[in-house]
Every structure is written in C-alpha cells, then in structure tokens.
Design a protein around this ligand. Structure first.
Ligand code: ATP
Ligand code: MG
Length: 419
C-alpha cells in the first residue's frame, strides 16, 4: 500500500522540523548502531541557559570510518582530528570522535591527537561550561568537570590547570573574554591570573583573533567585552597602544544593545579611546584583523562621518544634509553622535526626521538621457549639471521633470557663456 518511498529509515534523507531534532536523529542513528553519541559543548551550555544553540555538535565513540559507514554522504574535515561533517535536513553537523589532544608545540596546534575516551574528550575542552555532554534522547547531562554548577554560579573556569590550558592555545584567552561577556560570568581567580600572565596572543592567527573580536563586538554585551579586553591588556595586541581601562566609554555604551555589524562596535571602541583614530590606525586594523574591503570602507566611513556631521551639520545646506543623511552608515553615525553628546545628537535627529519626511534620496528628476534628448553632447559638464540639479531638487526648489530640465539647461547655457 506504501506508494511513496519511506525515508524514515534513511536518516540522511529525512528532513525533520528543527535543528535540534535533526541532530537528535543523527545521534539516535549512531546509538542504534551500538555507539555512544552525545550533544557536546556549546549546544549543551546554551540549552541549560535557556538559549537557542547556534549549532549542534555531536561527540561519539564511533571512529570516522564508522561515521562514514553509517552516513555515506558525510565528509571528513581534517581526518586526523576525527571530525566528520554529516549533512542532513539542510543542516551540516559536526560529528567528532572522542579524542585527546596531545602536547601543544606552537601554542596553536596539538602536536598529535589520538582517539580517546569520553572523559579525555571533555578534558581537552577549554572551559567547564563548554565541557558538558548531553544525551539527546534522555536529556541527561554528562558533566565530568562540574560545568553545570559553574554555569549556575556564573563562573568561567578553565578545565584542568588554567595556566597550562591557556598557554597551550592563546585563542582561549579571547574565548574566555567572549564567554564571560556574553553570559555575564565572573572569571575564576586561577583562570584570571592565567589570562593576565601573558597578554600577547602568540601563535594565534589573525583570522582567529579577528573572528573572536567580531563576535564580541557584534554582541549586545560588547561594552563588557571591551572592558575585559582592556583590563587584561589584550587591547594592545589588537589595537596598538593600550587604552585606559578606567576611561568612560560613551560611544560603546550608547550603541543600542542589539546584535549588529561588528564594525559599528569597533568604530565606537575607537572613538572612545583617547587618540583619534586616523587612516594609519585603520590600515593597521585592516592588517591585524584581516578586515575585508567592505569592512574597512564601513569603518572609515563611520569614523569620518561622525566628525564631519558633528562639525559641519549646523552650517550645511539642506542638500548637503540630505546627502549625508542618505549614507547607509548614517543611522549608526547618528547613534554614536547622540552617545557622545546628547544635545548635538538630539538636534541632528530632529533635523533628520524632518528631512526624511521630504525624501532623503528621491529618484532624480533629471537624467543624462534627458540631457542627450535635449541635444546636449555628453561631456565633463554633465556630472556638474546633474549634481547641481539634484541638489536643487533636494533643496525642494524643483518639483517636476520639466523644471529640472529647465534648470539643467540653464546651468549648461551659463557654462557655455563662460567659455
Ligand atoms: P559558540 O556558541 O560561540 O559557537 P561554542 O562553545 O559552541 O560557542 P565552538 O567554537 O563552536 O564554541 O566550539 C565547540 C566546542 O569545542 C566548545 O564548546 C569547546 O568545548 C570546544 N572548543 C572550541 N574551541 C576550543 C579551544 N580553542 N580549546 C578547547 N576547546 C575548544
Ligand atoms: Mg558552537
């Protein structure tokens, strides 16, 4: 009677409703084939905090070969690390074989990994709150390092000997700060002194530093992250000369606490530091954090617009204000100005609202084609005619295409007359 193929027996093809169910199905398939399979790390922590995990990672005693056999379409990522990517229901899950990391030679990569026990796998993880497993089918939490009580007491504690764990891989220093800020955790004393021991981020690639920093600055808790970075002198390896950890942070604190482009947070941080950031600083950041062209342009635009709008807004013509206000960075710029100086900010926001109601960037009433149709020959004068006519439109002087064309032709005639 079954006319449609029954996919229920092929877990690679089923498409369950949500990511958690999806991940549970993968774990169930491993368990049904005689393996131990748990949710691991961040997703366990997030569920205990009542947060929706970003992704689910699975830890298992099945070797990569076994995972491959059970999920024929899975792909290996760095086989030596024992991590397989299992694609399922539109999601990609990491299924990692329990392992134990060997000695770290360069503060970055373990010299070797070998498959190990569940406890060893928990022991190689960075912080107790990230070292828990969960049996997805029963919901039981497997907690070898008391992560749950640390989480409940809001404590960030390295697994094992903090000084060793934080020197092995200096990225953990930045992760510590990111988690402490994001989940409002106190950094436990021995873990804190291990952070303090060496503010350099030796051996950590710029990609990884940039990645951590972006995540801290994108998050609503960015101000706390910056405070922690500065209090552990970790700002200098990133931003150059150290800031004053006690200095006020109006711009950072004034950004609305929602997820946003990390570049907005970076701009706020730079504005709050004593030295005004110039092009050289932006170039240094581009190098140090591997900013993309787009990120560099946004950072540069926000920083220069904040100063330009603060200095020039009051004297600017309506057309100039509208051109400034139509910039895609303007909402952030205005928020930053309000944070730096309430009075100036409120005044500009009032103007901005009024300007918005008459259109910040209306479709131009006059185009190059219109000028050609009117018999003008394209040339260097075109841009000037179009710009000046558009300014007049923004000022509210021109209301129709006919008026705009007449205005443009007048500019053209005057210019010809001048020659
Ligand atoms: P997020 O929500 O930011 O993804 P996460 O804890 O899931 O947080 P991931 O980078 O996705 O972080 O890593 C998954 C798990 O792998 C962590 O919970 C932790 O157990 C372990 N882990 C990741 N990076 C390290 C590291 N540098 N050192 C030790 N363990 C790590
Ligand atoms: Mg994660």
């Amino acid at each position: 009677m079954a006319l449609r193929p029954d996919f229920r027996h092929d877990p690679e093809l089923m498409t369950p409703a949500d990511p958690r169910e999806n991940a549970s199905d993968v774990a169930r398939h491993l368990q049904q084939n005689g393996h131990v399979a748990y949710f691991a790390g961040g997703c366990v922590r997030d569920r205990l905090l009542g947060l929706e995990p970003l992704d689910y990672d699975i830890a298992t005693d099945a070797t990569p070969d076994r995972v491959k056999a059970l999920f024929p379409h899975s792909m290996s990522v760095g086989e030596s690390f024992g991590v397989m990517l299992v694609r399922r229901g539109g999601h990609t899950l990491e299924v990692a074989t329990f392992r134990s990391d060997g000695r770290y030679v360069d503060g970055r990569h373990p010299e070797s990994v070998r498959f190990g026990t569940e406890v060893e796998d928990a022991a190689r993880r960075d912080f107790t709150i990230n070292a828990m497993f969960e049996d997805p089918l029963s919901g039981r939490v497997i907690d070898h390092f008391n992560g749950r009580s640390d989480l409940e007491s809001r404590i960030l504690r390295a697994v094992g000997v903090p000084s060793e764990r934080l020197t092995e891989d200096r990225l953990r220093v930045l992760r510590a700060i990111r988690f402490a800020a994001r989940f409002t955790l106190e950094i436990e004393a021995a873990t804190a002194s291990a952070l303090q021991a060496d503010p350099a981020l030796r051996g950590v690639s710029r990609e990884r530093v940039g990645g951590e920093l972006r995540r801290m600055l994108a998050h609503p808790t960015r101000t706390r992250a910056v405070e922690l970075l500065e209090s552990f002198s970790l700002d200098s390896p990133v931003l150059g000369p150290s800031g004053d950890p006690g200095a006020p942070r109006p711009a950072l604190a004034g950004l609305s606490p929602v997820m946003r482009d990390p570049i907005d947070g970076l701009a706020a941080w730079l504005l709050d530091r004593a030295a005004p950031p110039g092009r050289a600083m932006i170039r240094q950041l581009r190098e140090g954090l591997l900013l993309s062209n787009k990120e560099e342009r946004r950072l540069d635009a926000i920083l220069s617009l904040v100063h330009r709008v603060e200095d020039d807004w009051d004297q600017a013509e309506i057309a100039v204000r509208k051109r400034l206000a139509a910039r895609e960075e303007f909402p952030t710029v205005l928020e930053l100005i309000e944070a730096r100086n309430v009075e100036t900010g409120v005044r500009i926001r009032t103007d901005f609202t009024a300007l918005e109601s008459s259109g910040l960037a209306p479709t131009p009433l006059l185009s190059g084609e219109d000028l050609i149709a009117a018999g003008l020959v394209p040339g260097p004068l075109f841009k000037e005619i179009l710009d000046r006519t558009y300014d007049a439109q923004l000022e509210g002087i021109l209301g129709t295409p006919e008026e705009a064309l007449a205005h443009g032709l007048k500019i053209s005639n005057t210019a010809q007359g001048d020659r």
